[in-house]
Design a protein around this ligand. Sequence first.
Ligand SMILES: [Ca+2]
Length: 98
Amino acid sequence: MLTQSVTNDANVGGSDNITLGAGNSVVLGGFGSDNISIGEGNNIVIGDNGQILFDQQQVITSARTTNLGQGNSDAIFIAGGNNTILGGAVLTLSRRGR
Ligand SMILES: [Ca+2]
């Protein structure tokens, strides 16, 4: 059973391109300068380091950024839907098509 999604090494990571289609997604970018693009759905995205907790029914009970002094500039693009976006160090947030 999934109990948490968490970044482990707060100051280690590359610059990633993460692209997801429609659906319900959980994304943690980690340390590097990331480009994260997500489709419509119920999404939780943390640009840098963070922790997301789940209960026994796999419902998210908590989402928070961690290691606030560590991270990079991230660009997060959303298509729509219900999104919770936590930037971390530096965030550029855009909605596609606007
Ligand atoms: Ca990042």
